[in-house]
Design a protein around this ligand. Structure first.
Ligand code: GFB
Length: 441
């Protein structure tokens, strides 16, 4: 591309954004940013990594649909920088404000929905929104809240309303700058009681746009809106083909995929070919199948940490978990178990003793350099990617970490029986199992 303009006079926008830095000489109307609507969102700070991935899907499906409307042709979903999460315990690592590109393949996400990492959003704002201004103007920010009473005469109805009967201000509610990003300045801040699926957000946005739009010439302005506590929003249709397309587009970053592939090969003698998993380069090329065999190991996701206290009734002890895994190893005539866990080093030592006749494999960064590069979140992704290729998987009751592994294995083409398995509190007892949500193509 010798020039930033294509033969039709419009910029080769995607190419510029993904390959070349945006040239300052390319004005917004040429880039097709006229009338761009940016949607920022965030999730309650107490929510973990894997629920946040689910919230992303709700937003991505919504924004992909919204793009079909004339007013929202240039809509973009801005991916919130990852704050330091409650479960990322390691000290001495830079784990605040991580970009989505640290974890995910943005080009793959973008082939499903128009998303931007936060830094890319700032670049577009600085080049075309208000060049030279250090602050970014957010026209409206909505903090979503649940209704106190959800049912009306026993019926759950989709609805929202702005809160006017209680004080609502940006400072008192968030206790810091919007999305922890100092450059964001909010025009109007609203608290909104919201119940319903993501599709209802269109009405909320249209109302806000109508409030600000003085005349037709305004329609071309770039505008930014923020939706806070987006976990309040439900899926339009959970588990349908749109959910799964968005889910399939959530490929992990190439770097994390490579670390996991190297580890599977070196520690577990497993490659994609030996596991019977052929994954096309692009998610769009994936096809339904159920013939993945898996490597010569079982994987157990054993959630500890807060689950030991808050879910004592359903979380097994180390001993009963080990008993269950050993039974499975014998049943499958396999000697190696890969253990994904947030157990403490002390608990890990105990587990190693409990598996003394078997081979227990656990992933840990090979050096401090790798630890600093992956960070706690990256290590957890590698664990998920190793479990995804196992012969058989057993996970923890009601853990979203486990659920995301189920989904990964569904995409890779494993049988349901080898995937949707749950630890019981004790060996042999009947117990509650996780829900089975098979893939829809
Ligand atoms: O991902 P997540 O929301 O799953 O949160 P749950 C658990 C976090 O703990 C992960 C770490 O994101 C990791 O940082 N973690 C858990 C692990 N299991 C592993 C593992 O096998 N390997 C590694 N490396 N790290 C939610 C919590 O947890 O459950 C909420 O986020 C709440 O705070 C809720 O407690 C009930 O769904 O398991």
């Amino acid at each position: 591309i010798g020039d930033s303009r294509g033969s039709s006079g419009t910029c080769a926008k995607r190419v510029l954004q993904e390959i070349l830095p945006l040239p300052a000489t390319c004005p917004p109307e040429v880039l097709g940013l006229r009338g761009a609507v940016y949607i920022l969102y965030d999730v309650n700070i107490s929510e973990g990594f894997n629920l946040r991935r689910d919230v992303y899907i709700r937003m991505a499906v919504f924004v992909r649909r919204l793009q079909r409307r004339r007013r929202f042709r240039q809509v973009r979903l801005v991916l919130p920088p990852w704050p330091r999460l409650y479960h990322w315990h390691s000290q001495g690592l830079q784990q605040t404000g991580l970009p989505w590109s640290h974890f995910f393949d943005l080009a793959s996400l973008r082939r499903y929905a128009p998303v931007l990492d936060y830094e890319e959003f700032l670049t577009e704002q600085r080049l075309f929104g208000n060049p030279g201004a250090p602050l970014v103007h957010v026209a409206h920010a909505f903090r979503l809240q649940h209704y106190e009473v959800m049912l009306e005469q026993g019926i759950f109805r989709d609805k929202f309303e702005r809160v006017t009967d209680k004080p609502c201000s940006e400072g008192s509610l968030s206790g810091g700058p919007l999305l922890q990003q100092a450059e964001l300045r909010v025009g109007r801040f609203h608290c909104v009681r919201f119940q319903g699926s993501a599709g209802l957000l269109e009405k909320l946005l249209r109302e806000a746009i109508a409030e600000d739009t003085a005349g037709p010439e305004d329609v071309d302005d770039m505008r930014t809106y923020a939706l806070l506590s987006a976990e309040t929003v439900l899926h339009d249709h959970w588990g349908d083909e749109h959910f799964w397309q968005a889910r399939r587009s959530m490929r992990f970053s190439r770097r994390l995929e490579l670390v996991a592939a190297d580890f599977r090969r070196q520690a577990l003698a497993t490659t994609g070919a030996s596991a019977g998993v052929q994954r096309p380069a692009m998610w769009e090329l994936e096809r339904p199948k159920r013939n993945a065999k898996g490597g010569d190991y079982l994987c157990a996701h054993l959630r500890r940490g807060d689950f030991v206290r808050s879910r004592e009734a359903t979380t097994p002890t180390l001993k009963t978990a080990a008993q269950q895994v050993k039974q499975l190893l014998r049943a499958f005539n396999v000697t190696t178990v890969f253990l994904a866990t947030d157990a403490t080093p002390y608990e890990l030592m105990e587990l190693k003793e409990l598996f003394y006749r078997f081979r227990l494999v656990h992933f840990a960064p090979e050096s401090n350099v790798q630890r600093r590069e992956l960070k706690d979140g990256g290590v957890a992704v590698v664990d998920q990617l190793v479990c995804a290729y196992a012969r058989y998987f057993v996970g923890t009751y009601e853990s979203t970490f486990t659920y995301r592994i189920y989904e990964e294995r569904e995409i890779l083409g494993f049988t349901q029986a080898s995937t949707f398995n749950t630890f019981c509190k004790a060996l042999g007892g009947s117990c509650s199992r996780n829900a089975v949500w098979p893939i829809v193509w």
